[in-house]
Design a protein around this ligand. Sequence first.
Ligand code: M6R
Length: 365
Amino acid sequence: DKGNHRHFMEKEIYEQPEVISHALSHYVDFADHTVKPADAAIDFKNLRGLAISACGTAYLAGLVGKYWFERYARLPVEIDVASEFRYREMPLSPDQAALFISQSGETADTLASLRYCKDSGLKIGAIVNVKESTIAREADAVFPILAGPEIGVASTKAFTCQLAVMASLAIAAGKARGLITPADENELVRHLAEMPRIMSKVLNLIQPQMESLSRELSRFKDVLYLGRGTSYPLALEGALKLKEISYIHAEGYAAGELKHGPIALIDENMPVIVIAPHDRFFDKTVSNMQEVAARGGKIIFITDEKGAASSKLETMATIVLPNVAEIIAPMVFSLPIQLLAYHTAVFMGTDVDQPRNLAKSVTVE
Ligand code: M6R
């Protein structure tokens, strides 16, 4: 049932504040602002490293997770798309653990990667939406994302719930490893707790702008997304979302890679969507944006209030989100990315929930 929405995708985008709040309540204690200890089957305290594997959007959630596990738990993370991971013959040892992320829990390549790690003696964690799935059954620890059924082929609420779960796990791992003080833990959890309310506010705030901007975006054949830090996987996710439902060609790049190739493509026919909260990377990303502007590129700038106030560059559009804590920025900044892809596809008249050639669950290699 789509409720008041035209598509399941739209419904699932708007459900995010509620489902994230539900997912978080499984991993954090809202009353005393602490994280609950992670499933004991994975001994985060004594781990030497983590291997993460997944496909598509779930893989991009894993890429964001990599930044968090490295930063908050000082755990080195090896991550690859499952179709490569399963055949790499990567040396692994039992003092590492492996995390597999899958909405459906049935993705063939992800399952094969899981089995490879299991054979190497690693403890297996599964971040899944479908708790009865094969990936969940074969794991030592199941971390449910509790997003509820996701019907739209383009993943939206599963992505942000996967992020919320990984943020909580990274904090729990950092705590188990003695790297996060109670004060830091408290502050991080307070930020997570604020997130559902902020997401609702952002959804209402940006909706009209996303709808009108999508009309402009639909005129282009190619779009480039740029970001640094955790906004880099978001750039990849933005490009994936746009291409899969609107069929507009889109690429995501780490902003610093611009001058190593993609800058050659910049002209007035390829808008560049820059994802840049005012974080420690902001000035660097702005200088990449200047390089785009200097070549006549059209910029769609997705930033926050501080970021908008400190850049004077002319843009095709600037989307201004509230200033938010770094730990929740990836979830909040997912919203304009999803809505822009959604409205562009609707405007172009594609089959948003069932895009051509795609299946919701890829159970063959
Ligand atoms: O069920 P899974 O999370 O394992 O699926 C992985 C990908 O097939 C999936 O995320 C795909 O990339 C989506 N269509 C993206 O929107």
